[in-house]
Write a new protein. Sequence first.
Length: 132
Amino acid sequence: LPRLLANRGVIRAVLADAALDGSPGEAGREVVRSLYSDFAEYMAQQMDRGFMRRMEPIVAVQSLLGPLLLYTVIRPEFWGDPSAEKDPAEVVGEFIRIWLRGMKPDIEGSLAQPPRPKPVRTVVFRPRISWR
């Protein structure tokens, strides 16, 4: 993590390159695409095993990497007093704990399947009226 934070410029350059239109941005897009697709495949496997909430895997990846990338790319001065910055490992750990809490399967032991709808009870009204 300290090495990653020390090289924020590299991450910024890859993301800026990925955002370019046309062929100039192809290299950056390929790096980001590869990272996301490998990570999404891993997420899908974890969801299939019931370890994570079932959702679109790329959404799960984006929900984890978005805060981490923002924290990594933005300079500490942006947030205010850089001397008050917390230990990066603590901050990243908190982001991950928040994400893991949100990715917890909905129903324990359900293999993270969406909750089943409750059975609808059909009530048939049969009046007990005698017309005699």
